[in-house]
Design a protein around this ligand. Structure first.
Ligand code: IVH
Length: 708
């Protein structure tokens, strides 16, 4: 008989060939694997408390695949293997919802919420008034239907009555249970539940980064990226998109009954669905307003987009009494936040040159406040994006900020009778050095990599940035000054700078000159990984640089590494190894690097895993809560992941640390109860060994290490 060791690090099981087992044995093993895999999936994705390692999970998964390959009759729609995507469809079928999917009436002002509350009190009397409060998730609405606990279909909202069947796609989303679990309350015979499909901001940013690199147009916002992924005809594409479903409303149920919405949400959770965080109840408009304010304030630090809070009458029976209009129920209201999209005019379009020579068109805008931040410039990405949006100087445009993303021009707004400016075209000469640019896909590139002042300024800034050599006082302004004054013509020159060179420059005095010279020289003793980051090797971010350093342990070994050695490193594929070898193989890079290395570097490579290096984060499970002053949540998450930690959503006995900012909420209580170590912001910073916040250069996307 086969044995599957579900324990971490357990001995590798020697599995019998399914063709040599009796059908009863194989079917029994498949059923057992279903149960185990479903359970581990749930623990990993919904509870954030995995009990086995990823490789142990993969082993169970592969065993099930072997069995199913030998006995295709054992492949059921709820098999955990069915999450990987199926053959493409011709079109998405239209499917009627189990109950109409209404939308919500919305309020912008607290006065409107007060009127809503007064209306309910008048109809129902004060004693029935209790509201459930939830974040209003800005994603795509979805109906999930479970029959006897098995996911039977998933349907987009569509027109509210009929939507598109996206079942195959939704099966690939790890937070959606293919089979409901739980005993209490028992799994109902029929369940139609409504939820929101969302994409986390950090995942959205990496997805767009990859699209831009692959010369595809970036998605405008996480919601569009989500709808796009959800409505794919080929579910294998959806499977590669990092989607999450949060369930918040029972639309129809048979075989279970609830008195209140909050009980319903509890049940959804018990059945294994993921529900929104910070769901709570309130009895007065003041409490609602407080909740709204708190969420609005924390909005920037969430890793997903919300556009308000939802206020629903908790008791279910009176809902019927109140009824609905054609569009929305009378028992709920969306209390929205100020929008983060605004309209403004483009004063000028200029072209900036980055360290890699890419010419980026940038719109200079009439300053406008977007969600509390004044925006005066926005990226137009590249030539093709510019053409697609067809924006010109003087045009009226809609601009938006999506979480951490740089402000974007979303679209041009037509104006009757407005005489438009001339068509904007990319310049025929690099605005920095005058060299004729070359076109590469949608990009326009200045090929004068060595001598173009803009690229040199960019390289210096990057070399001194926090993720690289972290040289205090060497920011973009200083880098520009050094290049313009002819003091630095390549990175090696930085190490020859003297106080006398700096003193005549604007903004420098004796102390600042001494400090900068000292800071630069001091960093000749530096972690190899940081130095590699600083070189700006194409495709190589912080995580890969660290892996390269750990593996090769010296700069000469890295620069002369053959492709096989590079590709033996986890996460380094053919494309990346070619980029690395191309970089070090270029004669100009080789000579400049030789001169740089002549300045007397001493490289430090930590022993063992990257763990000890920066606070022992590797392998730790970390949960974040509350508002942090010097970190945005998504950046902190990336940072911790880069250090090898696993950042999850909820506290359990397996959590190693809870990072608690201001107004931490219930996670803190739970952590205390479970004896989980709690770090406040100062302790966090100390552990990270950093002076300030998390300014991670935009061009160093974090590597995603998660499963699923
Ligand atoms: S309750 C009939 N709760 O917001 C009421 N809706 O117009 C059912 N939404 O597209 C909706 N987060 O999909 C509810 N926590 C939440 C929500 C939420 C997002 C969406 C909903 C709809 C829109 C409301």
């Amino acid at each position: 008989m086969t044995r599957h060791d579900a324990e971490e690090g357990g001995p590798a099981a020697v599995a019998a060939d399914p063709r040599e087992m009796s059908f009863g044995e194989v079917a029994g093993e498949a059923a057992r694997l279903h149960r185990e895999l479903h359970r581990h999936n749930h623990l990993y994705h919904a509870e954030a408390a995995p009990e086995i390692s990823d490789s142990a999970y993969d082993e169970l998964f592969r065993r099930l695949q072997v069995i199913e390959a030998a006995h295709p009759g054992l492949v059921t729609p709820d098999s955990p293997t069915q999450r990987v995507g199926a053959d493409p469809l011709e079109s998405l079928p239209n499917i009627e919802h189990a109950a109409p999917m209404l939308s919500l009436d919305s309020a912008r002002e607290v006065e409107e919420v007060r009127r809503f509350d007064e209306r309910l009190r008048k109809t129902l009397g004060d004693e029935k008034i209790r509201y459930v409060l939830e974040p209003k998730l800005d994603g795509a609405s979805l109906e999930l239907v479970y029959v006897d606990g098995v996911l039977e279909r998933a349907v987009t909202r569509g027109n509210g009555r009929v939507g598109e069947g996206v079942t195959e796609n939704v099966r690939t989303i790890p937070t959606v249970p293919l089979r409901l679990r739980g005993r209490e309350p028992p799994v109902p015979a029929f369940l139609s539940v409504r939820g929101e499909v969302i994409m986390c901001l950090s995942d959205f940013e990496s997805l767009n980064q990859r699209r831009i690199e692959a010369a595809k147009p970036p998605y405008q916002n996480p919601r569009n990226a989500t709808s796009g992924a959800l409505r794919q005809l080929d579910s294998r594409i959806t499977a590669r998109r990092p989607l999450t479903v949060l369930a918040y409303d029972i639309m129809a149920v048979e075989g279970a009954a609830f008195d209140s919405d909050s009980e319903g949400i509890e049940a959804l959770r018990a059945w294994g669905l993921k529900t929104p965080e910070r769901v709570t109840v309130a009895e007065s408009v003041e409490e609602i307003a407080r909740y709204h304010r708190a969420f609005d304030r924390d909005r920037e630090s969430l890793d997903y987009e919300i556009d308000g809070v939802v206020v629903k009458l908790d008791a279910l029976a009176p809902r019927t009494l109140l009824g609905s209009t054609a569009h929305h129920p009378r028992w709920a209201i969306a209390f929205k936040f100020e929008p983060r999209k605004e309209i403004t005019r483009i004063d000028r379009i200029l072209v900036s040159v980055g360290r890699t020579g890419v010419l980026t068109p940038v719109a200079l805008l009439r300053p406008v406040e977007v969600g509390g931040v004044t925006v005066s410039r926005a990226s137009l990405h590249n030539r093709e994006e510019l053409e697609r949006k067809d924006v010109r100087e003087g045009d009226l445009v809609r601009v938006q900020r999506a979480g951490d993303v740089i402000p974007q021009v979303v679209e041009r707004i037509d104006e009757d009778g407005h005489e438009r400016g001339e068509l904007f075209t990319m310049p025929g000469a690099c605005p920095s050095c005058g060299t004729e640019p070359v076109e590469r896909g949608p990009f326009t590139i200045c090929p004068n990599h060595l001598a173009c002042p803009a690229q040199l300024k960019g390289r210096i800034t990057h070399f001194g940035s926090r993720a690289a050599l972290d040289i205090e006082g060497l920011g973009a302004e200083t880098a520009a000054l050094l290049v313009e004054e002819g003091l630095v013509g390549e990175l090696a020159d930085l190490f020859e700078l003297t106080e006398d060179d700096l003193l005549p420059l604007e903004g420098f005095a004796a102390v600042s000159a001494r400090n900068l010279v000292g800071a630069i020289r001091e960093r000749r003793q530096v972690e190899l990984a940081r130095f590699l980051v600083g070189l700006g090797i194409p495709e190589v971010g912080v995580a890969v640089a660290r892996d390269l350093a750990m593996h090769f342990r010296g700069i000469e070994a890295v620069r002369s590494a053959p492709a096989e050695a590079l590709e033996s490193i986890h996460g380094v594929g053919e494309k990346m190894s070619a980029a690395i070898r191309g970089f070090f193989g270029a004669p100009d890079v080789r000579d400049a690097l030789d001169r740089l290395l002549n300045r007397g570097f001493r490289f430090v490579v930590p022993d063992g895993p990257p763990a000890g290096e920066e606070g022992g984060w590797a392998g730790k499970t970390v949960v974040l809560t509350g508002t942090l002053e010097s970190f945005s949540r998504s950046r902190l998450r990336d940072m911790l992941r880069d250090l090898g930690a696993r950042v999850t959503g909820s506290v359990s006995s397996r959590t190693d640390f809870l990072v608690a900012g201001a107004d931490p909420g219930s996670k803190l209580e739970k952590a205390r109860r479970l004896g989980v170590e709690v770090l406040d912001e100062a302790q966090l910073r100390e552990r990270l060994g950093r002076r300030e916040g998390d300014g991670r250069p935009e061009n160093l996307p974090a590597r995603d290490r998660g499963r699923g």
